[in-house]
Every structure is written in structure tokens, then in C-alpha cells.
Write a protein that binds this ligand. Structure first.
Ligand code: GLN
Length: 492
């Protein structure tokens, strides 16, 4: 296999200098996917023709040298629309769906010179924490094949962790970028709500969904964010706030003097694995060593975050998924006798178990008679959770938590117990409910060599501060450089 560098800057510079062509980088990437993906199932679709055509186009251009992602391969979660390339959200109901348009992130990535090489596996409609809800089989964790990569952006995390692509995008509604990043030992960033356009993202829960990057370093995450962030007239929830240079936030020597890191230790009393806790405490020491002040903060209503999330997210999902009815998009049951029957059979046959569970739950919490008891109440507690963060951010610049209470769990271990599965996200859903930026960076390994992730969240629209603190931690440690064995063996 051809030796292609794996960080964004080196690939970009090599292509700009014409040491490598974009086509060579693209072919090497396609070869790596062909060699590494079969046991992992990280990819739903490899967009070989589109990628090679795009790379050839870049090679033919004379003015590409200034593009920040020139020739850099990237994979997209399969819930982001790509014109002419199947986009299924890992659901049967969209098995044959080929979008007639590109998501805004696709247009922006391509304008920056990136080459989209394929679509990654995920939980159906991004509902899950293990990628086991995909209608097309689970993705496996490159560090331990009998374990989950996390979810729902498990394919994106596994593809980066295994060394198939240097970059991937995921979507995060309650933790779906950060939790798989943690379980696969890569960096994953959920930007502030509104920072990145969601035009062309198949909606799950519109007040929570955000698109963001997964990569091998904070720097690469910042480079992608520069390319995709900013207002988009096609997404009315995208923010008008000016986009800073996220790369510039990482300059300097990693000194954290003046930064206060908040620690909500009252949340860690039960359910957090001891090895995760030890890695977390060691990580705080590293940040303290860089000059940060560690302060205690309280997020009083965070224990309610999971129930609140599962009321709001399912309510919104029940509305968003109403459009899949067999009439316009995707799968239609052909044997129906009347319209109502056609809806029933198309939806009944097209959606998987977890998606149905959520549509039913979401319809219930919105229904007359239950709306006040569930949906309205959840919105009220959401406000309290938000206010807790506002208060905590008066005393702290970022808040540090473990990303996930445990390292990667075994495939099948939590599929029969939805609540156990939902608890994977105790530390991540808060950032979505409050609209805050959050990052997961590798911070160690368990004794059986499973990656552990450290999460920093920050004030809304202070994405740059989160990136800076995570970068300072990353450069003081070497966890991000560790690679799983399957990848290193195959690339030798
Ligand atoms: N695991 C959470 C859920 O199943 C979060 C999913 C996500 O962020 N897309 O809803």
C-alpha cells in the first residue's frame, strides 16, 4: 500500500506541492478501505467514482494550492445528503434513496478541496449508542472486534480509528460524535448549536442535532470546522455569529494559565467505571500542570438530563420521521389495498425496532392529556439544566467530564436493555440540551487496552476555547497517537 501521510496539513501540503496528486491520495485511501473495512463494516457506501472524478478535477486545477483541505479524503455519516450517492441513515426505509442535492457541509467541504470517499454506517436515523441499530449490521470497534465502536456515528469513528480516512463527519444529538470518538480513541467535536448548517442532514431531533468532525487530532478537527462553520441561508437555525479562525486558537505553547476547568464531581458517584475515573483524574492533573485552575462546579439538574432528553428527542423525532410514509421517499409496501394500509405497511416494514419505539414514545409524550405531564415538563427541566450550565460558567471557562462512563462494551451486551443503552450518554446529553460545544479527546486506556475519552464542554459559541483547552491537553500527552493493532498490522 502506498504510504500517504495521515494528518490533514501533511496531505494538503504534499498535494499543493505536487509531491502527491489528489488522485494518488484518493486511490490509496480507497485501497485502505478495501483492505481494512470488511471485518469492521464502518462504510455503508464507498463513493469510488465520485471520489476519483473529484480528485482528478482537483489535479487538473491550477489554483488549488490555497485550499485548506486540498486532496484530503473525508467520509460522511450516512445521514448527510450526497447528490447521486445513496443516503440511507442506515434505515431500510431509505434503502433506495439517492438524494437529488448535496448537504451544505458537502458543498463547503468540496469548496475547500476535500474529496468525499464514502458514507459511514450509523444507528438507524442516528438513534443509538452502539451502531447496533443499523439495518445493515453493526460496526465493530477497531480496538476489539467483539466490541461496539459506540454510536450513533460509530462508522465514522471506526473509519478514522482504523486509519481508513484521516477525517469523518458525524452528527451529535445526545453524544453521537463524542461517545464513539471516546470508545474508538479518536477526537470528536460537537460544535455549538447553530455553528454548522444542517441543511441536508436527515433530521432526528431538530433542537439538538449538530454536525461535527472526527479526526486524529484537535488540530485536524479545527481545520475541518473552519471549512464547514458559518451561517447558511438554507438553515434558519444556523448562527449569524462571526466564525473565528479555529486554527489560530491552537497557536501558542499550550499554556493554560488563567483558564478555569470546572469539575462536577457530584455526578460521578455511581456507574462510572474505576479505570475511566482514574484516567479522568490523571487528565485533570495534566491540565493543572499546564497552568489551569481546577474548580468544583455543580450541575444540579444533570441527573435528570437523560429522561429529559428522551422525552424531547423522541417528541421531535416523531414529528421529523412523519415524512417517511411510502409516498414520497424510500421504501413503499406494494401490496397495500388502501392509503392508510400503505402507510402502515411502509412504516411498519421500513423502520427498525428502536426507531418505532421512539416514534411511539414521542407521539405519546406529545399527545393531548400527556403533553403537560411529559413534554412541557421536560422543556421546563431543560431550562433548569441550561441555567445550571450558565451558573457553572460564571466560575469556570470549560467543564471537564469523562465522555462516557465506560469504555467500549461488547456487541449485544446492552441491546436487550434500552435504558442501560441510554445511560451511555449521561455525560454528553447536557451539552445538546444546552446548545454547548463539546469535545472528546483520548485520555488513556483500560487494562485491556480499550480507549478512554475526556470531554470538555464550553460556553455557547465559545468553540475556540474548548478546542484550545483540548489541544493543550493533547499536546501534553501522547494518547492520540496510539493506533489499534488491526490498523498497524495491515498498513505494515
Ligand atoms: N445515544 C443517543 C440516542 O440514542 C444520542 C444519539 C445521537 O446523538 N444521535 O438518542
Amino acid at each position: 500500500m502506498m504510504d500517504v501521510p495521515f494528518d490533514v496539513q501533511s496531505i494538503r501540503d504534499a498535494v499543493a506541492r505536487r509531491d502527491l496528486s489528489a488522485s494518488e491520495v484518493c486511490r490509496a485511501t480507497l485501497d485502505r478501505i478495501a483492505a481494512l473495512d470488511p471485518p469492521l463494516n464502518a462504510f455503508r457506501t464507498v463513493a469510488r467514482d465520485r471520489a476519483l472524478a473529484r480528485a482528478a478535477e482537483l489535479d487538473a486545477r491550477r489554483d488549488g494550492a490555497g485550499l485548506p483541505l486540498l486532496g484530503v479524503p473525508i467520509a460522511l455519516k450516512d445521514n448527510m445528503c450526497t447528490r447521486g450517492v445513496p443516503t440511507t441513515a442506515s434505515s431500510r426505509i431509505l434503502e433506495n434513496y439517492i438524494p437529488p442535492y448535496d448537504a451544505t457541509i458537502v458543498a463547503r467541504l468540496e469548496a475547500a478541496g476535500a474529496v468525499i470517499v464514502g458514507k459511514t454506517n450509523c444507528d438507524e436515523f442516528a438513534m443509538g449508542s452502539s451502531t447496533e441499530n443499523s439495518a445493515y449490521g453493526p460496526t465493530r470497534n477497531p480496538w476489539a472486534l467483539e466490541r461496539t465502536p459506540g454510536g450513533s456515528s460509530g462508522g465514522s469513528a471506526a473509519a478514522v480509528a482504523a486509519g481508513m480516512v484521516p477525517l469523518a463527519l458525524g452528527s451529535d444529538t445526545g453524544g453521537s460524535i463524542r461517545q464513539p470518538a471516546a470508545l474508538c480513541g479518536v477526537v470528536g467535536f460537537k460544535p455549538s448549536y447553530g455553528r454548522v448548517s444542517r441543511y441536508g442532514l436527515l433530521a432526528f431531533a431538530s433542537s439538538l442535532d449538530q454536525i461535527g468532525p472526527l479526526a486524529s487530532s484537535v488540530k485536524d478537527v479545527a481545520i475541518v470546522l473552519n471549512a464547514i462553520a458559518g451561517h447558511d441561508a438554507c438553515d434558519s437555525t444556523s448562527s449569524q455569529v462571526a466564525v473565528p479562525d479555529f486554527g489560530a486558537a491552537l497557536e501558542g505553547n499550550g499554556d493554560l494559565r488563567g483558564i478555569r476547568i470546572g469539575v462536577p464531581r457530584h455526578l460521578f458517584r455511581e456507574g462510572v467505571d474505576a479505570e475511566v475515573m482514574a484516567a479522568y483524574d490523571a487528565a485533570l492533573d495534566v491540565s493543572r500542570g499546564r497552568g489551569a485552575d481546577i474548580v468544583e462546579v455543580t450541575l444540579e439538574h444533570s441527573p435528570e438530563a437523560i429522561p429529559v432528553y428522551y422525552v424531547i428527542a423522541t417528541a421531535e423525532a416523531s414529528a421529523n420521521l412523519a415524512r417517511y410514509d411510502g409516498v414520497r421517499y424510500g421504501y413503499r409496501a406494494e401490496d397495500a389495498t388502501a392509503l392508510g394500509d400503505m402507510y402502515d405497511r411502509s412504516r411498519g416494514g421500513g423502520f427498525g425496532r428502536e426507531v418505532k419505539r421512539r416514534i411511539i414514545l414521542g407521539t405519546y409524550v406529545l399527545s393531548a392529556g400527556y403533553y403537560d405531564a411529559y413534554y412541557r415538563k421536560a422543556q421546563q427541566v431543560r431550562t433548569l439544566i441550561r441555567r445550571d450550565y450558565d451558573r457553572a460558567f460564571m466560575n469556570a471557562d470549560v467543564i471537564a467530564m469523562p465522555t462516557s462512563p465506560t469504555a467500549a462494551f461488547k456487541l449485544g451486551e446492552r441491546t436487550e436493555d434500552p435504558v442501560q443503552m441510554y445511560l451511555s450518554d449521561v455525560f454528553t446529553v447536557g451539552a445538546n440540551l444546552a446548545g454547548l460545544p463539546g469535545i472528546s479527546v483520548p485520555c488513556g486506556f483500560t487494562s485491556t487496552r480499550l480507549p478512554i475519552g475526556l470531554q470538555f464542554t464550553g460556553r455557547a459559541m465559545e468553540d475556540a476555547t474548548v478546542l484550545r483547552v483540548a489541544h493543550a491537553y493533547e499536546r501534553a500527552t501522547s494518547w492520540s497517537k496510539e493506533k489499534p493493532r488491526v490498523a498497524s498490522e495491515l498498513s505494515r
